[in-house]
Ligand binder design. Structure first.
Ligand SMILES: *[C@@H]1O[C@H](CO)[C@@H](O)[C@H](O)[C@H]1NC(C)=O
Ligand SMILES: *[C@@H]1O[C@H](CO)[C@@H](O)[C@H](O)[C@H]1NC(C)=O
Ligand SMILES: *[C@@H]1O[C@H](CO)[C@@H](O)[C@H](O)[C@H]1NC(C)=O
Ligand SMILES: *[C@@H]1O[C@H](CO)[C@@H](O)[C@H](O)[C@H]1NC(C)=O
Length: 625
């Protein structure tokens, strides 16, 4: 007799003994039925199943159908994967990998993926359709029609075509990236402080705005004098203490899984080898005569090949004379050049300027292509900024097709300019990019919040006191909050002009990294839990075989005291599951937990448990097998 059949007989015997009537009353008795005892779940539904543009990393182009499964059964009932199969059928493709789900409690929704391969006679990129089905044992319990694009055809230079593209799963898995703003603005390193503070990397534009709150115009005159042009800072951008390996080692120590160096900001000064037909305004042609970007990319590839390599690129340049025809008031003003001395109104040279017939086709497009195709760079994330005049659909479609042919999945943000560049508008890129703020609810669309370690600057601001920078605790709790809502966190560092990353930033990154890496399974590769928006002190993440509860603030427990921690949401915890502490000196300790009737869970904790960790506390629900 199998264990489950035995359980069934015992249950029946108990029911008969108690009541004399042979029907189960599970809710009254607070008995959660095991899968073998229960009928097929009535409340399972399949939502939004889509033939995506993604393939499983490392597979031979196994195409991903992605969907959201939800369980609307009564509280405390659950679906365990044992007898559940989510599969698909079609005359155009075959299923290679059915969906893998471990558990789905009532009220829960989770993202599930099926891997399919189109039949050989079906052309890549052609329309196809089929059915996605959930079966329980032999019974079909949910089904949905699906139609879309089979295989991986060519993208065309249009918004419609690009809107078919999804960010790849490696980007979903990576969660934490480091942004690096390092340019001529790192020399004056000024953006004022407190409520007058503004981005230090905006120094040059602010210098031309006498009324602007940061008072950069006044600061420049008082510190350097009216005759000192912005480009006179170029020789001081030395990078003489720059060591690419030290940088990428630091980023790895921080637990970052991708980096996004600024390759050229709005000042138009590139730190990579721009084609000479487009510009000589770069660190290769001027100042240190070094290809800093190549040094960073090579060091990352050599020493930390698991770290993905992206590139920030400003689409416009404030004062490039060839940008004047495209001048825009967007985002604080992109007037085009030539630049003028703000104190005298006199025109001054745009150092390194190479005149081109058209800024977009003659400069912007070839520079982006260099970042994409030149083997020194080969970016995996095209992180555009500002939008404005552009040939992004041309650039991105060609790049996606090229990358696909090599089996590489690349991605780009929503600021390239072919759709809206509003930071929360999803129509113009693979992911949205809230800047210096986070999103309060879980979004199904991928998002990435970016900000500096500085209170309000990406570039180095020498005026910021050490106490102003994000601490490890800030970084860890922000990361957890973002990840629990389907976001990534792109955290910026602003190195000094000589290439030194300020000690205070290094400290925060290393301390945060030691926390993040020790609890990596609860961050990297996890998926969001759609059930709650993540409010109060609790945040949740899920992996294939575990569920993570993150507590952002330690409860008040008297020394040597104990308390009950009420997890306020109906987390997928069943009586035979184990809950363990993850991370800290008591990592692996099992805690006692009970499930309430309304699905919430109470965990008994004592003060030593919270004293054993820092920044945030993570509990892991290990599903009974
Ligand atoms: C799965 O389904 C089969 C057939 O319906 C049943 O015999 C078995 O007990 C089920 N197992 C579980 C774990 O639900
Ligand atoms: C880099 O510059 C900073 C700021 O000017 C200075 O304090 C530091 O000593 C420099 N580091 C090296 C190695 O030159
Ligand atoms: C490419 O840029 C040129 C110059 O701005 C413009 O005329 C053209 O329409 C752009 N093409 C696309 C497809 O965006
Ligand atoms: C669920 O039940 C527990 C224990 O009775 C209670 O403390 C908690 O407030 C309840 N939560 C909700 C959302 O009703």
């Amino acid at each position: 007799m199998s264990k489950s059949t035995l359980a069934k007989c015992l249950r029946l015997a108990i029911i008969l003994f108690n009541t004399g009537i042979a029907y189960p009353t599970p809710l009254e008795n607070h008995i959660v039925r095991t899968p073998a005892e229960r009928d097929a779940p009535a409340g399972l539904s399949i939502n939004g199943a889509t033939l995506t543009s993604k393939w499983f990393e490392g597979s031979d182009y196994v195409q991903i159908i992605e969907m959201v499964l939800s369980n609307s059964d009564p509280v405390n009932s659950f679906i365990k994967a044992d007898n559940l199969t989510i599969s698909a059928s079609s005359t155009s493709f075959n299923v290679i990998r059915p969906a893998k789900i471990t558990r789905l409690m009532a009220g829960q929704k989770i993202v599930a993926q099926i891997g399919v391969k189109k039949n050989t006679e079906v052309a890549d990129g052609s329309s196809c359709s089929g059915t996605v089905t959930a079966t329980w044992g032999d019974a079909q319990i949910a089904t949905t029609d699906i139609s879309g694009i089979c295989g991986f055809g060519d993208y065309e230079a249009s918004k419609t075509s690009l809107n078919h593209h999804w960010n790849p799963d490696w980007y979903n898995d990576a969660k934490f990236g480091i942004f690096i703003h390092w340019g001529i603005y790192s020399v004056p390193a000024f953006g004022n402080v407190g409520d007058k503070q503004d981005y230090a990397e905006w120094y040059w534009l602010r210098m031309t705005q006498p009324e602007y709150k940061s008072q950069t115009y006044q600061h420049h005159r008082d510190t350097y004098g009216e005759d000192f042009e912005y480009d006179s800072f170029i020789p001081s951008f030395t990078g003489n203490a720059f060591d690419a390996k030290e940088w990428v080692d630091l980023m790895a120590a921080a637990g970052a899984k991708y980096i996004v160096p600024v390759t050229k900001h709005h000042e138009g000064f590139a730190i990579f080898d721009v084609p000479e037909s487009t510009s000589l305004r770069s660190s290769i042609h001027l100042g240190p005569k070094r290809d800093f970007l190549a040094e960073i990319m090579t060091a990352a590839k050599t020493y930390h090949p698991d770290i993905r390599r992206g590139t920030y690129f400003s689409m416009p340049e404030w004062f490039n004379p060839d940008y004047a025809q495209y001048a825009t008031d967007c985002c604080g003003g992109f007037p085009g050049g030539p630049p003028k001395n703000p104190y005298t109104g006199e025109e001054v040279p745009y150092t390194g300027h190479v005149p081109v017939d058209d800024y977009v086709t003659g400069l912007q497009l070839p520079q982006m292509e260099t970042l994409a195709y030149d083997e020194r760079y080969e970016t995996e994330i095209m992180w555009c900024d500002i939008g404005g005049a552009n040939n992004a659909t041309i650039m991105l479609s060609k790049w996606l097709n090229w990358a696909r042919d090599q089996g590489r999945q690349v991605t780009y943000n929503n600021r390239c300019g072919y759709g809206s560049t509003d930071h929360t508008d999803t129509s113009g890129g693979d992911f949205i990019t809230p800047e210096y703020y986070s999103i309060d609810e879980t979004l199904a669309n991928k998002w990435e919040s970016n900000r500096g370690m500085d209170p309000f600057s990406y570039g180095y601001n020498a005026g910021t006191p050490d106490s102003g920078y994000l601490t490890a605790q800030d970084i860890v709790t922000t990361l957890i909050d973002i990840v629990s809502k389907n976001g990534n966190f792109l955290l910026d560092v602003g190195p000094m002009a000589n290439g030194t990353i300020p000690e205070i930033m290094q400290k925060g990154l290393r301390e945060a990294g030691s926390w993040i890496k020790e609890r990596g399974e609860s961050i990297y590769g996890t998926r969001y839990w759609q059930t709650t928006s993540g409010v109060g002190d609790f945040r949740y993440t899920i992996s294939d075989d575990a569920f993570y509860i993150h507590v952002l603030n330690a409860p008040n427990i008297p020394s040597k005291g104990t308390t009950t921690l009420l997890v306020p949401d109906a987390v997928p915890f069943l009586p035979n599951d184990k809950i363990e502490v993850l991370g800290g000196s008591l990592s692996g300790t099992t805690v006692t937990a009970t499930k309430n009737e309304n699905g919430t869970v109470e965990i008994s904790v004592d003060s030593s448990l919270f004293a054993a960790d820092r920044y945030a506390w993570t509990f892991k629900i290990i599903y009974e097998s």
